[in-house]
Design a protein around this ligand. Structure first.
Ligand code: GUN
Ligand code: ZN
Length: 440
């Protein structure tokens, strides 16, 4: 056990509670010279260096990152690993983008070699950006799930993923029947859910590509496997919403399609929610359903502006995490995602302070996924996933941050100017998993 002990020293930043709902003092902890001791993949001790150094086992020398901020690892609450190769596909909004680029790309995932290659590139990109956990779509093929989990298991990453369910309105090769979708998902749940750090998400793509029968099968499967997730999309684009109305005229609205089939509740994560109504936000609150805010994607596809202020209304707050939504999203970086989230909210006259943005990317994401007892903050007993951020990563960032007068200002500038260059190191389960080389 001793051999598995690692320690890092630096400026610790982490959350105990939600800064959208409580004051910064209650929500946020800043330890200017902190020490984090990890053993066997978990955080063993955290505190001021002066008080915590006594707890270092003999012979363990902490890796020292002077001037760097150490945060819980970022959590990407919505991403498509199978779309890594189509980032930056030109010219279309959602439905045409799906047909022209996405469905074409996803048909390649019946090839184990290609799946393995993309899984590797995907995990490298996450870690390079300080993202230690993600909730990701795979393709329809069970193989695409096997290859991803094999890769995340090799790296010790906590990962939630699932095969896509579609039985209409997509190319034949990507379609299941309700029965086959049920059986194949069930097989994958039995194989992967709870194995090491892997968890399974039942993944109906979105209402237009599933019949009511397939959505019902997904609801049944979820009920039969408590602890698994539901992962889908909702109210991203106005043409999409009109299409859902045509396909499900008997339902009150888009969210109600999922509600009707038993697909709302804790551990259900819906991406986008750009055009949700007040009633729909209230229903998310009531059921514990979470939303993933994907600003780079919503801007890239011209989908619209997510209302973070409505979602996080303290009167009926909804769980919200941040998502990159690669490949409609344009960056794996959660810092870049915070930057775009700030701008989207600014257009609504709702400036998002750095503490709130970092919360969404860490503990907020963990809470949205019901994983805050394991990840999302720095506390004894939590899994030792964290990121070392360098506010002086570039000459311009160094010039700018030297005049920052508070930790909040440093964090804000980091979120506005930062990207993968600002990620000095990423640790997964207490082990160094990425380290930025000078000048790269
Ligand atoms: N809605 C249904 N499928 C998708 C997808 O792959 N990406 C995005 N952004 N929206 C979707
Ligand atoms: Zn998506």
């Amino acid at each position: 056990a001793r051999a598995a002990t690692t320690a890092v020293r630096g400026e610790l930043i982490y959350f105990r509670d939600d800064p959208f709902l409580v004051g910064p003092e209650a929500a946020f902890v800043h330890e200017p010279d902190g020490l984090l001791i990890c053993s066997d993949g978990l955080i063993h001790a955290v505190g001021p260096y002066s008080e915590t150094r006594d707890r270092l086992p003999d012979g363990v020398e902490p890796a020292h990152y002077p001037g760097c901020l150490i945060s819980a690892g970022f959590i990407d609450t919505h991403v498509h690993y199978v779309q890594t190769e189509i980032i930056g596909a030109f010219g279309e909004q959602l439905i045409d983008w799906l047909n022209e680029f996405t469905f074409v790309a996803e048909q390649r995932f019946d090839d184990p070699e290609y799946c393995g290659k993309v899984a590797e590139v995907f995990c490298d990109a996450l870690l390079r950006n300080g993202t230690t956990s993600a909730l990701t779509f795979c393709a329809t093929y069970p193989l695409s799930v096997d290859c991803l989990f094999a890769e995340t298991e090799r790296r010790g990453m906590r990962m939630i993923a699932g095969k896509v369910l579609m039985d209409r309105n997509a190319p034949e090769d990507l379609l299941d029947t309700p029965q086959r979708a049920y059986e194949r998902s069930k097989g994958l749940i039995e194989k992967w859910h709870g194995r090491g750090r892997a968890m399974y998400a039942i993944t109906p793509r979105f209402a237009p590509t599933s019949t009511p029968e397939q959505l019902a099968a997904a609801g049944t499967l979820w009920k039969e496997h408590p602890g698994t997730y539901v992962h889908s999309h909702v109210s991203e684009n106005t043409d999409e919403i009109a299409w859902v109305k045509e396909l499900f005229p008997e339902r009150k609205g888009y969210l109600d399609v999922y509600d009707h089939h038993g697909l709302l509740g804790p551990r259900a994560m819906y991406a986008h929610g750009v055009h949700l109504t007040e009633d729909e936000f209230a229903r998310c609150h009531e059921t514990g359903t979470a939303l993933s805010h994907c600003p780079t994607s919503n801007l890239f596809l011209g989908s619209g502006l997510f209302s973070l202020s409505s979602a996080k209304d303290p009167g009926r707050p909804v769980y919200v995490g941040l998502g990159t939504d690669i490949g409609a999203g344009t960056s794996f970086s959660m810092l870049v995602t915070m930057n775009e989230a700030y701008k989207v909210a600014a257009l609504g006259g709702y400036p998002v302070p750095a503490l709130r943005a970092f919360y969404l990317a860490t503990l907020g994401g963990a809470r949205a996924l019901g994983l805050d007892d394991r990840i999302g903050t720095l506390a004894p007993g939590r899994e030792a996933d964290f990121v070392v951020l360098d506010p002086r990563a570039t000459p311009l960032m160094e010039f700018r941050t030297q005049r920052a007068e508070s930790i909040e200002e440093t964090m804000f500038v980091l979120s506005i100017m930062g990207d993968d260059r600002a990620v000095r190191a990423t640790y997964v389960a207490g082990r160094l998993a990425h380290e930025r080389q000078r000048g790269r």
